[in-house]
Design a protein around this ligand. Structure first.
Ligand SMILES: Nc1ncnc2c1ncn2[C@@H]1O[C@H](COP(=O)(O)OP(=O)(O)O)[C@@H](O)[C@H]1O
Ligand SMILES: [Mg+2]
Length: 507
C-alpha cells in the first residue's frame, strides 16, 4: 500500500492541554480521507502539524515514505502539501490572479508575468472544473468562489496532498455539492485529500476512509463504506446517539412576535436588514435559514433591543416594543440565547450561580428589602445546572470562564428556558456541542414550544433548521426571500432560496 502521508504517534501540546495525544493518520494516494471529531478534538492542530504550522513534541511525519521535518508552511508547500484554512487568507481588493501568485515562491530573478499566470489559472480552472475568473476581484465574488480560489492556489503550486479544514461550514447546500464534485475531480487527477469535518453526511458522501479523534486521542480509522452514520457518531462522542428530532404537529395560537417592515444598518453602516416582516405564533418554532452574515444578527439584535432600527415596528403580543429598552423587553417575556455566548451570554468572571440569576436577582425570592438571599439563589442555580447537565469543577461556585464552551452554552440555555419566556430567540443554540447535547437541547426547545411559547430559531446548520422548525424563513442579503412550511420543503429548495432564488408561493 502506497501512503503519501504518514503521521505516526503525533503528540502536540499547548499550555495546559494535550491537543494531540499519540495520534496516527495515514493517507493513501488518490483517496479522500475524512478527519472526524467534535469541536476541540484536535483536528486543526493535527493538520497544522502536517502543514508546518506547529512542531510536534513527539512522533514522526513521512511523506511518500521518507521521514521529513516540516519546519514551516513553505516547507510543506515544497513537499507538495497545500491547505485551505477555515478562514480564507485572501486579500479583498486584489484579483484572483494576484492572490494566487502572491506568496508563491519567488521566481529566479524574473518579474512575475501576470498574463501568463492568468492564462495558467484559466487552464487549471477548466481542467478541474473550478470555474474561477482569473481577473475577478475577491471582494466581488461569493464565498464559495473564494474557496475555489484557495483550491486554485494549491493547484497552482502543484500540491499533491490537499487539506481542507471544515470547508463546508461557510457554503450553501448547492455549493457543498459542487465542492464534492470538485474533490472527486481532484482525486481522478491523482491528488490525495484530507477533509476535516464533523458532518457525518458529508463523510458518507465523499470519503473513502475516516480517522476519528476524540479529546486529542486517536479512536480509530474505518472504511466509510462499511460504517454507518450512527457508528461514526458513536466513535466521535463515545456513546450511542439518536439523530431524529421527535416532535408532534404544532398547534399555533396567537401571534407573539410581529416584525413589520423593519430595516436596520449593519456594523459597516449599510442596510443589513431590509424591509423585513415576519410573524411567530405561540406554539410554533420559526427557523431562520441563511448563509452567515445575511442579516441574521441584525434581525435578532433589533428584536432584543441591542440594535437601533432605521424604520419599521416590532410588536410583542400586540404591544409595540420598537423603542423600549432591553430590560423591559426581557420583562415582557423575551428570552435570548445569544450568538456570542462569551460576550453577551455570560459574565465570564462571575460564578455560575451569579450568572444563573443575571436577569432576576433583584426580584423576590432572590432579593428582599434590598438584600440578596444567597440560599434561594443557590437552589435556583443548582436546579438549572442539574437539569441541563452543566459540568464544571465546582458546581454552582465555578467561575464561568473555567467551563468548556459546550457547558457554558448549556448553562445559558438552561437559564433562559427556566424563565419561561413567551418568545425565545435561540441563536445557534447547539454550536460547539456534541451530538448528545444537541439531542438534549433540541428536546428542550420543542418542549418550550409545546408549552405554548413562540420560538425563533436562528441557525447556520440547515439540518437543524429543517428538523426543528415548523416554518422556515429564508434570508439573503438582508431580505426575506420567502417563508415555507418545514414539512413541505427540503434541503434543495431552502438551499436555492438561501442563494437568493425566491419562490413564487410563500406561506
Ligand atoms: N494555538 C493554540 N494555543 C493554545 N491552545 C490551542 C491552540 N490551538 C488549539 N488549541 C486548543 O487545542 C485543542 C484542540 O483544538 P483544535 O485542534 O482547534 O480542535 P478542532 O479543530 O478539532 O476543533 C482545543 O482545546 C483548543 O482550545
Ligand atoms: Mg478546527
Amino acid at each position: 500500500m502506497e501512503y503519501v502521508v504518514e503521521m505516526l504517534n503525533i503528540r502536540k501540546e499547548f499550555p495546559g492541554i494535550v491537543a494531540n495525544d499519540n495520534i496516527t493518520l495515514t493517507l493513501r494516494k488518490g483517496e479522500i480521507h475524512a478527519l472526524l471529531g467534535e469541536n476541540g478534538a484536535g483536528k486543526s492542530t493535527l493538520m497544522g502539524v502536517l502543514f508546518g504550522m506547529y512542531q510536534p513534541e513527539k512522533g514522526q511525519v513521512k511523506i511518500r515514505g521518507k521521514e521529513v521535518k516540516i519546519a514551516n508552511p513553505n516547507v510543506a508547500n515544497r513537499l507538495g502539501i497545500g491547505m485551505v484554512h477555515q478562514h480564507f487568507k485572501l486579500v479583498d481588493n486584489f484579483t484572483v490572479t494576484e492572490n494566487i501568485i502572491l506568496g508563491s515562491e519567488p521566481l529566479k530573478g524574473i518579474t512575475l508575468d501576470i498574463d501568463k499566470a492568468a492564462k495558467r489559472i484559466a487552464e487549471l480552472s477548466k481542467h478541474y472544473g473550478l470555474n474561477v475568473d482569473p481577473h475577478a476581484k475577491i471582494e466581488d465574488i461569493s464565498v464559495g468562489m473564494q474557496q475555489r480560489v484557495e483550491i486554485m492556489k494549491m493547484l497552482y503550486r502543484e500540491a499533491e496532498v490537499l487539506i481542507f479544514d471544515e470547508p463546508t461550514a461557510v457554503l450553501t447546500p448547492s455549493e457543498i455539492e459542487e465542492l464534492m464534485k470538485i474533490m472527486r475531480n481532484l482525486i481522478k487527477e491523482g491528488k490525495s485529500i484530507i477533509i476535516i469535518t464533523h458532518k457525518l453526511k458529508e463523510i458518507k458522501a465523499v470519503a473513502d476512509r475516516c480517522t476519528v479523534i476524540r479529546r486529542g486521542k486517536g479512536i480509530g480509522t474505518v472504511n466509510v463504506a462499511e460504517s454507518s452514520e450512527a457508528s461514526l457518531a458513536e466513535m466521535m462522542v463515545g456513546r450511542h446517539v439518536s439523530f431524529k428530532v421527535d416532535k408532534k404537529e404544532s398547534t399555533p395560537g396567537e401571534v407573539v412576535l410581529k416584525i413589520d417592515s423593519v430595516s436596520a444598518k449593519n456594523n459597516r453602516k449599510v442596510m443589513g436588514l431590509k424591509n423585513f416582516s415576519l410573524e411567530v405564533k405561540a406554539g410554533e418554532i420559526v427557523g431562520i435559514a441563511g448563509v452567515e452574515g445575511n442579516g441574521q444578527s441584525e434581525l435578532v439584535e433589533t428584536i432584543t433591543g441591542l440594535r437601533k432600527m432605521e424604520s419599521g415596528k416590532i410588536f410583542l403580543k400586540g404591544d409595540d416594543i420598537s423603542n423600549i429598552p432591553i430590560y423591559q423587553r426581557i420583562e415582557k417575556g423575551i428570552g435570548h440565547i445569544p450568538e456570542d455566548r462569551q460576550k453577551r451570554g455570560l459574565v465570564l468572571d462571575y460564578t455560575l450561580e451569579s450568572n444563573m440569576v443575571l436577569e432576576v436577582y433583584k426580584k423576590p425570592p432572590f432579593a428582599k428589602y434590598g438584600l440578596l438571599n444567597g440560599a434561594a439563589i443557590r437552589n435556583y442555580a443548582k436546579k438549572i445546572l442539574d437539569n441541563f447537565d452543566v459540568r464544571s469543577g465546582e458546581g454552582a461556585a465555578s467561575i464561568a470562564r473555567t467551563l468548556s464552551g459546550g457547558n457554558q452554552q448549556k448553562a445559558i440555555i438552561g437559564r433562559e428556558i427556566e424563565l419561561n419566556p413567551k418568545l425565545l430567540i435561540a441563536v445557534q443554540p447547539t454550536r460547539g456541542l456534541d451530538v448528545g447535547s444537541i439531542e438534549y437541547i433540541h428536546k428542550r426547545l420543542i418542549e418550550h414550544r409545546d408549552k405554548g411559547n413562540a420560538v425563533l430559531l436562528v441557525s447556520l446548520e440547515l439540518d437543524e433548521v429543517l428538523q426543528l422548525s415548523d416554518r422556515i424563513a429564508i434570508v439573503n442579503n438582508g431580505e426575506l426571500i420567502g417563508v415555507v412550511n418545514a414539512k413541505e420543503t427540503n434541503e434543495n429548495e431552502v438551499g436555492l432560496m438561501m442563494a437568493g432564488v425566491s419562490k413564487e408561493s410563500s406561506v
